[in-house]
Design a protein around this ligand. Structure first.
Ligand code: PLP
Length: 404
């Protein structure tokens, strides 16, 4: 039996650019010790006190159906958090609890786009974006942000892309950004908001890294003038509280939008396990000190990696203002990101993600996830630098002296 075109077309038919990752997994399965600097998952697990809260909540009876918009105490906590952090008055009716940021991205696109509408997003992008757009029957349109602009999208490029797109309906942005580490400036966000308002688009704002700010300030575009009603903010506890496996996040938007998205939740997930929601309330109650403790290893490792990179010229680092990654420009080696990452894996047992896995705008770069302990990470970066230095020397041989 044939399945629907919508579902068979989710991966777009192309290679997903994750060959290096799969190859590294095979090597590990074969007993090889690979330094995995690939995916965005903490090297610590969920803290024991959160797991205890989860167990206590389950034991206390939070084990029945948890349908509806989410437990009121969690929606109140999230509403308070967003009001405090953004200055935008937010009530529990603006919040829908969802099973993780990814589920939020799917629901938001499902809510924003009709079949055949164009859904725009910025390239480089988090790898699931095009598939998420296709899975709701919309058309993915990637708008490149250039390395030369430190991956801040240029509103002029965006305006042009919106004009060229067929039935543009939504724009997805992600700040702090995976994979580039860029934090969008106020100027970038104002430019984006102007275009979104002018073309009557939904803005889907993926803010799952909003507790990982190393430099600068995170601004939620929902707080910009006349943006609250047309913005759907995606939040998650995966990164902020090392709760990737708990699958807990939220969408924040207008009451009307949240009402419709709750209908979608009833038709799909039927809510998020209540004992997870109760653990989330507990975890959010631990406050900013706890969140900083979860973020601290990445803050420290980013600093260490940037210091190592600053000592040589073969590889260049992008500023990495936020999120748990550093993007490295390896174009001087003459290899593509994919070729370089494969070479690094095969010769040094170090796995990084080729920039090409995140779209064409990141070609010639590799993304390093700061997710292994400091010493191992330092050694892996040394190996990467040595390989890049050798390749640069090979690509630029010293000219032989002229005969006398
Ligand atoms: N958005 C971005 C930019 C991500 O990097 C990730 C996960 O890595 C997600 C969303 C999904 O996170 P969650 O675990 O909340 O589904």
């Amino acid at each position: 039996m044939e399945m629907s075109k919508r579902i068979t077309g989710i991966n777009g038919g192309a290679s997903d650019g994750w060959d290096v990752y799969y190859r590294a997994k095979e090597m590990i399965a074969g007993g090889i010790d690979v330094a995995m600097l690939t995916i965005g998952e903490h090297d610590i697990g969920t803290d024991a006190c959160i797991l205890d809260a989860m167990r206590d909540a389950a034991r206390a009876g939070h084990v029945g159906y948890a349908f509806g918009n989410g437990n009121l105490n969690l929606r109140e906590t999230v509403a308070h958090r967003l009001s405090e952090r953004t200055g935008v008055p937010t009530t529990p009716d603006n919040v829908l609890v969802v099973p993780g940021g990814q589920a939020g991205l799917f629901a938001a696109h499902h809510g924003a786009c009709d079949e055949g509408d164009s859904a725009l997003y910025i390239d480089p992008y988090y790898a699931t974006y095009p598939g998420t757009v296709r899975s709701v029957g919309a058309m993915p349109v990637a708008v490149p942000a250039r390395a030369e602009r430190l991956f801040q999208p240029d509103p002029k490029d965006l305006a042009e892309a919106v004009r060229a797109a067929k039935k543009p309906r939504s724009l997805l942005i992600n700040t702090p950004n995976n994979p580039t580490g860029a934090i969008y400036t106020r100027e970038t966000l104002d430019g984006i908001a102007d275009i979104v308002r002018e073309h009557d688009l939904w803005l889907i704002s993926d803010e799952v890294y909003d507790t990982q700010i190393w430099q600068g300030q995170h601004i939620s575009p929902r707080a910009l003038p006349d943006m609250a009603d047309r913005t759907l903010v995606i939040g998650s506890m995966s990164k902020s509280h090392a709760m990737t496996g708990s699958r807990i996040g939220w969408i924040v938007g207008s009451e009307e939008a949240i009402g419709y998205l709750a209908d979608l939740a009833t038709a799909t997930t039927y809510g998020v396990a209540s004992f997870i929601q109760e653990a989330a309330v507990f975890a959010l109650g631990l406050g900013p000190d706890f969140e900083e403790r979860v973020a601290a290893p990445f803050r420290r490792r980013r600093q260490n990696v940037l210091a190592q990179i600053a000592e040589q010229n073969a590889v260049r680092a992008l500023p990495a203002d936020g999120a748990m990654y550093v993007m490295l420009d390896i174009r001087a080696t003459g290899l593509s990101g994919e070729e370089f990452a494969l070479r690094l894996l095969e010769t040094c047992n170090v796995a990084v993600m080729p920039g090409e896995s995140f779209g064409s705008a990141a070609a010639g770069h590799v993304r390093v996830a700061l997710t292994v302990e400091d010493k191992r990470l330092g050694e892996a970066i040394d190996a990467l630098i040595t390989l890049a230095t050798d390749l640069v020397a090979e690509a630029n041989p010293t000219p032989a002296p002229l005969p006398l």
